[in-house]
Design a protein around this ligand. Structure first.
Ligand code: HEC
Length: 118
């Protein structure tokens, strides 16, 4: 199951922080997914130069937020579920479901957690 798989990835990496230690490969794949489905058409995202839309909240500093979309505890599993199908993860969310697989959603989560580390 998706959450267990992601936690395994985390467990293979050393500290410092179990959220930012997600693999760089996953983050790189996540970046490609983000560009493919144009998350940037609604979000300002560090490392994604185009198109820088404003329909959704800026994701700058996102890895520090306490609750995803003000509703869900900020864990890798919740984030992957939210970015794939926000209305299912948070009833009433105005972010549409995105055409990505569960594995791609985990990679997107890895990118979001890592994007402020450079
Ligand atoms: C059609 C516009 C749109 C697209 C495309 C979109 N989002 Fe969103 N996103 C939103 C809106 C609107 C919200 C606020 C939703 C809410 O509060 O329920 C949001 C919320 C979020 C949040 C929570 C932000 C926070 O501060 O808690 C994350 C993370 C996120 N989106 C990531 C993504 C990713 C990754 C993609 C691409 C896979 C994406 N979004 C595509 C509109 C969009």
């Amino acid at each position: 199951m998706a959450v267990a798989t992601l936690l395994t990835v985390v467990a293979c990496k050393p500290p410092p922080d179990d959220r930012t230690s997600l693999s760089a490969d996953a983050a790189e794949r996540g970046r490609a997914v983000i560009e493919r489905v144009s998350c940037g058409s609604c979000h300002v995202m560090p490392g994604i130069d185009w198109p820088q839309g404003r329909a959704g909240p800026s994701l700058e500093g996102f890895d520090d937020v306490g609750l995803i979309a003000g509703a869900l505890p900020n864990t890798p599993g919740n984030l992957a579920a939210f970015v794939r199908d926000a209305p299912a993860a948070k009833p009433g969310s105005t972010m549409p479901a995105m055409p990505i697989t569960a594995a791609e959603a985990q990679d997107v989560a890895a990118y979001l957690y890592g994007m402020n580390d450079e």
